[in-house]
Every structure is written in structure tokens, then in C-alpha cells.
Ligand binder design. Structure first.
Ligand SMILES: [Zn+2]
Length: 132
């Protein structure tokens, strides 16, 4: 699947919705294409007291639920459909799922596609004493 199509899938779920005085969700939506060609999506959840999580995090949970962990490509979009880069926590989360995910392509800004390795330099997991 090309990145434009993946982005369109993510965009279907983007649009902030206010649940109550404490929670809004969907301000960011993400779509993951796995190496097996399946698509998983997620939305962000923003809460009082910082208990929410990112759209990428949510899409990763959906992927794991289906027994997959290797990502071919990933994109997250804001409400206007613009690509947004994953935060540091999500970069780390995705990298810990599989070393192969360092080759995953990520649209970090509209039309700018890089690998996870490029946006996660000096990886602490390169320590030879660790199993990955
Ligand atoms: Zn994140």
C-alpha cells in the first residue's frame, strides 16, 4: 500500500471528540501496515492527569492483539490530515517490538518518509549483552 492510502485510512479516524470534562480522543489517528500487509489503526486519548496515550500506541496494541509485531510503514495524522511524527516514547515502543522495525518507514511530515532508525539514533538496545 502506498503512503497516501495509508494516510487516508488514518484520516478516517482523526477528529477530536470531547467525551466529558476530562477526556478528549481522536485528535491524532495512526495507521500501521505490517509486513504481512495488514492494517491496524489507533486514536490518541487525552485525559486529565496525563493518563492518555498516543494514536501510535493504540495502533500498536491493535496490531499485537492480532498477533503481529513487525511494521512495514506507519503514519499518524492530525485533524487536518497532516502527517505528524511519533513522539520519543512511541519511537522507543515500536523499536522494542522488533529490531526489524528499525527498517519501518514513517511519514514524519507531509511527504517526508524516513526509517525508524533515522529518528532513533544512538539506540541503547544495541548493547550486545541484551536479547532483542
Ligand atoms: Zn507517542
Amino acid at each position: 500500500m502506498d503512503n497516501v492510502s495509508l494516510k487516508q485510512i488514518a484520516q478516517k479516524f482523526a477528529g477530536s471528540k470531547r467525551l466529558n470534562d476530562f477526556i478528549e480522543y481522536g485528535g491524532v489517528a495512526a495507521a500501521i501496515e505490517t509486513i504481512d500487509g495488514n492494517i491496524y489503526t489507533g486514536v490518541s486519548i487525552d485525559t486529565a492527569c496525563s493518563m492518555g496515550f498516543c494514536a501510535e500506541h493504540s495502533a500498536v496494541a491493535e496490531m499485537l492483539k492480532h498477533g503481529e509485531s513487525q511494521i512495514k510503514s506507519l503514519v499518524a495524522v492530525d485533524e487536518e490530515g497532516n502527517a505528524v511524527p511519533p513522539c520519543g516514547r512511541c519511537r522507543e515502543l515500536i523499536s522494542q517490538l522488533s529490531k526489524e522495525n528499525l527498517k519501518a518507514t514513517i511519514e514524519v511530515k507531509n511527504g517526508i518518509i524516513v526509517t525508524l532508525a533515522e529518528i532513533l539514533p544512538y539506540d541503547w538496545k544495541e548493547d550486545p549483552g541484551r536479547a532483542w
